[in-house]
Design a protein around this ligand. Structure first.
Ligand SMILES: C[S@@+](CC[C@H](N)C(=O)[O-])C[C@H]1O[C@@H](n2cnc3c(N)ncnc32)[C@H](O)[C@@H]1O
Length: 318
């Protein structure tokens, strides 16, 4: 598979590696890797809110540990952005908990995990966890939050390099997650990745989020910037009805694709408006992010659609 070019420029004074000054870690990341600091910063901001929708004390601690000009670079986070990042994370947490209710000893593979602290939020004491990210990110991750072996491990490799699939044990259940990742890959790369999962991970599932195609097109034409001048890398891949149909047709072992609604948050926007946008025809197309799950049949053979049992009744859907 094609390897994505990635550049990490450590702070010059660090001598080519992350540097700890006092108790802080100094880093200067390449464009795509740096996006993990955006999501971390917003989750930490939300976690400090007394009425937070996501209990995430590690995010706060990580932001305090890294020497990086979060506010100067990204601007002051709005409460809305911070809550949205946390609600996305919570949606993934809830889906993972549902998976672990069915497969308590299952394996979760978190692709492009950045500095997510999800393992600590959903750990049931039995899950096996693999974080996959670009080498420079994994190095920082290991410095800041060493893996809790043997159940938690990390692998430094591109998600486009199928090494991460080697030796995965799907016999006790397998869920692959990709939050905030696929939009940075090209459509052919996303298709290759999903087809490879369908082929190599029978019985598993891939949980991911995606921006709509119109937003992806817009971001490649007009780069998104914050008022402080931070420029987001373009979103190269997005979904619409046509793309969802293309995903379904990528491999005969794709048996189901469905959308997952994010949980309700606090305040009128996240309590009422955002859930409404996801359901009302006409405005549904204007939503800015979808969370989806693709399920793979138990073998390489084609399986009928809807072969996947519904969620257990003890974990109700929102
Ligand atoms: C927006 S961040 C999301 C981080 C985390 N999932 C979260 O939601 O906070 C995107 C992450 O994807 C990683 N990434 C981008 N392209 C990748 C690739 N080809 N292979 C592995 N990781 C990649 C980046 O290094 C970064 O950590």
């Amino acid at each position: 598979m094609h390897r994505q070019r990635c550049v990490l420029r450590y702070h010059p004074s660090s001598g080519g590696g992350p540097m700890t000054t006092g108790r802080k870690l100094k880093l200067d990341l390449g464009d795509v890797q740096e996006t993990m600091l955006w999501t971390l910063y917003h989750r930490a901001t939300e976690a400090r809110d007394p009425e937070t929708v996501l209990h995430d004390p590690w995010a706060v601690q990580l932001v305090e540990t890294i020497e990086y000009p979060f506010e100067k670079r990204f601007g002051t986070p709005t409460a809305g952005q911070a809550q949205w990042q946390a609600l996305r994370a919570r949606c993934f947490d809830e889906e993972i908990r549902r998976f672990l209710a069915r497969h308590p000893d299952g394996t979760v593979v978190a692709l492009g995990e950045g500095l997510e602290t999800q393992f600590s939020r959903v750990d049931n004491g039995r899950v096996h966890w693999l974080s996959v990210d670009l080498p420079e990110v994994i190095e920082v991750r290991r410095r800041l939050r060493p893996d809790d072996a043997p159940r938690q491990r990390s692998l430094a490799c591109s998600v486009l390099d199928d090494r991460w699939m080697t030796g995965l044990d799907g016999s006790r259940g397998l869920l692959v997650t990709a939050r905030g990742l696929l939009m940075y890959l090209r459509p052919t790369q996303v298709h290759g990745l999903i087809a490879a999962c369908a082929e190599r991970l029978p019985g598993g599932a891939l949980l991911f989020d995606a921006v709509p195609s119109w937003l992806s097109r817009r971001s490649t034409l007009t780069p998104r910037r914050t008022p402080t001048g931070y420029r987001f890398p373009p979103w190269l891949w997005g979904v619409d009805a046509g793309e969802t149909a293309r995903l379904q047709a990528l491999h005969p072992n794709i048996v189901d694709i469905r959308e997952i609604r994010p949980p309700r948050g606090r305040g009128p926007v996240y309590r009422f408006l955002v859930p409404l946008i996801g359901t009302v025809p006409g405005v549904r197309g204007r939503k800015v992010m979808s969370i989806m799950i693709v399920r793979f049949g138990p073998s390489g053979a084609p399986a009928p659609s809807r072969a996947i049992p519904p969620d257990p009744p003890d974990l109700p859907r929102r």
